[in-house]
Design a protein around this ligand. Structure first.
Ligand SMILES: [Zn+2]
Length: 68
């Protein structure tokens, strides 16, 4: 039996959090650079919003999007 520590599995990506102050992303944070980055409203740090999975989507897409 573990303690009552909450373990929430958000999968690989998980909720976006500020790596500096560990604050969760919220509407008060300011998104910059085409929403690929955000400025934490809690500590003012600039964080990358893109994760590893989001990189290279264009190159990895196969053709055949049209289903005719
Ligand atoms: Zn922060």
């Amino acid at each position: 039996m573990e303690t009552c520590e909450e373990v929430v599995d958000f999968g690989e990506s998980g909720p976006v959090r500020c790596s500096r102050c560990k604050g969760y992303i919220n509407p008060f944070m300011k998104f910059i650079d085409q929403e690929r980055k955000f400025i934490c409203n809690l500590c003012g740090d600039r964080e990358d919003l893109v994760d590893s999975r989001a990189v290279g989507v264009d190159g990895g897409m196969k053709s055949g999007g049209e289903d005719s």
